[in-house]
Design a protein around this ligand. Sequence first.
Ligand code: ST9
Ligand code: ZN
Ligand code: ZN
Length: 340
Amino acid sequence: TVRTKMAPAEVSVKKIDEKQFLTAEESEISRLDEEAKKIPYKTKVVWKNVALFTALHFGALLGLYQLLTFQPKWQSYVWTFVLHVIGGLGITAGAHRLWAHRAYKARLPVRIFLMFANCVALQNDIIEWCRDHRCHHKWTDTHADPHNTKRGFFFSHMGWLLVRKHPQVKSQGTKLDLSDLYADPVCMWQRHNYVPLVFVFCFLLPAAIPVYLWGESAFIAFYVCSLLRYTFTLHATWCVNSVAHWIGAKPYDITISPVQSLTTTVIAIGEGFHNYHHVFPQDYRTSESNWKLNWTKGFIDICAAVGLVYDRKEVADEVISRQAATHGDGHYEPKKVKSH
Ligand code: ST9
Ligand code: ZN
Ligand code: ZN
């Protein structure tokens, strides 16, 4: 067929006849689109969330002002960055690659660490996060995708957290198998204790540690290390849903919305090469880059080296280059030497 034999250069000029090459999953997507047209739905703003996020952003702006006018002690700068990376790992290595995609297996100490790190990032408990994320991959860019990019850049970035979900998110989402998450006592423990956990790990400890260990002002510690850092990690994460679904190269599949975004990869510690990730979601690396651009892969590999992580799933280079040659936009650069 054209789709599997087409050379990369041709792909970018020839329009693929979508009807002719519908796979099972793609035809489910058109079924969902048809069904959605019949469901009455009006965007319903959740004003409580609008108020909370507005307040958070005002707090973060105050923190940013303090940060840019060099009010914090140097240790607080380091601490803020460390917190972004720890919370980030709780999302990338934890909620995302381990729990949502099962891209590798982790022994109990790593799962416990990632669960606490996940609380530092406060992005809903792991089970809820994974349920939304599995919806996103299975039904990308339909109304069953919680952050459907067809509803605009702002909606996919953060707007989806400010309105009631589309009924299709709920009706489709209930079809997902989440039994692996409910069977993990670490996820269940986090769920049962979520509110006190995020209070302590996202707000209290990040601000209290600088005050007690290097005499930072409580005011600065709270606005910079808690509020600004939390807000920054949120936007870094949200960029994966907005920026990395927007404009950029599609070396692995030209027909889908996710793109390769370098900026997003840098701020989201290795998660911005999103065209790759949507094509090979089971790959624990989520991209072909090595640890320098993919600190999350570095973290997982270090854990594996000491035996705390195992069964890392990785797509073979031949499969990747074949995929790129047949479905990509021609931006694929084959690796000469495999870099780990
Ligand atoms: C946050 C999450 O920021 C960010 C996630 C981003 C994901 C990014 C992915 C990218 C890839 C990974 C890269 C990582 C990079 C990280 C870099 C780090 C450096 N399936 O939700 P409710 C049903 S959170 C099935 O209230 P509403 C279910 O029955 C920020 N069913 O819906 C549910 O009841 P229950 C902090 C579903 O009323 C019921 O509906 N958190 C599903 O429409 C009600 O659910 C917040 O701000 C589903 N998927 O309200 C909280 N979903 O749960 C924001 C729902 O009991 N959230 N159901 O089973 C809310 O306030 C609300 O969810 C709402 C919708 C207002 C948005
Ligand atoms: Zn995506
Ligand atoms: Zn994913």
